[in-house]
Design a protein around this ligand. Structure first.
Ligand SMILES: *Cc1c(COP(=O)(O)O)cnc(C)c1O
Length: 244
């Protein structure tokens, strides 16, 4: 995809987001766009930056690390990166080095590992807790009691280098709008519950909505949509997988 096409896509998606905010009575600018650049080259990210966009999401740590190391050399301090893909413990160190937020925290072990590396780097990491809200999705906290115990630990100050600022979910991939909507509304309801039970945690972001379902997500209260295909085009999955 050319830089001009990418710029046009950003213009179009920004407008769509603004319209969806308006249509659902949301404040203008209340939805953040996280541009998912996985499987796309550094040039695509640079084209997005030229179009005035600076927040990106990647789901494979190895790929993200090399791509954004290169980008940060060319444009120091400009891009902001969120890790959005399910994470193995041995990828946490690099994630903490390269990203400002890990959106895909779905177990206590990850929090411990993030704290360890963030503390070494003397860095505060933002995290979103990923929640399992749909039948066929594999990732996310599935067990409510495990989630509550992580929240309890975060709330009691066990992880001083971690700031839990949001919840994230992926809706099931299906054509039934009711099912997708239910997944998003359940995340919103969970945030209300968490805010009540843990008022000292700054959990306010709802990261939900992708290319195919972001308008529904915005209607259901999303504060951050993660959009890849609609901005950068179809991904080519034929590159060798270098692991997560
Ligand atoms: C790839 C990915 C996206 C973006 O998906 P598109 O359908 O290309 O917009 C969003 N969130 C997560 C977690 C992803 O892995």
């Amino acid at each position: 995809m050319t830089a001009d096409q990418i710029k046009d896509n950003f213009d179009k998606i920004r407008l769509d987001i603004a319209n969806a905010e308006k249509a659902s009575g949301r404040k203008s600018g209340s939805v953040i766009l996280c541009a998912v650049s996985k499987f796309h080259p550094a040039q695509s990210v640079l084209a997005a930056m030229d179009a005035g966009h600076f927040l990106f999401g990647e789901n494979r740590v190895q790929e993200a690390f090399s791509k954004f190391t290169e980008i940060n050399k060319m444009r120091p301090g400009k891009a902001q990166l969120h890790i959005i893909g399910s994470l193995q413990l041995n990828k946490v160190k690099k994630s903490v080095e390269i990203a400002s937020c890990i959106q895909s925290v779905d177990r206590e072990d990850l929090l411990k590992e993030i704290e360890k590396h963030a503390s070494k780097l003397n860095k505060i990491m933002d995290v979103f807790l990923e929640i399992h809200t749909g039948e066929d999705s594999k990732s996310g906290y599935k067990d409510e009691s495990e989630l509550m115990s992580s929240l309890q630990n975060l709330s009691s100050g066990l992880y001083p280098h971690i700031r839990a600022t949001g919840l994230m979910t992926m809706a099931p991939f299906c054509d039934d709008e009711k099912i997708v909507r239910k997944s998003f509304s359940s995340l919103r309801e969970l945030r209300e519950k968490v805010n009540k039970s843990f008022p000292n945690l700054p959990i306010k972001e709802l990261s939900m909505g992708m290319s195919g379902d972001y308008k529904i997500a915005i209607e259901e209260g999303s504060t951050m949509v993660r959009i890849g295909t609609a901005l950068f085009g179809e991904r080519e999955y034929n590159k060798p997988n270098d692991g997560n």
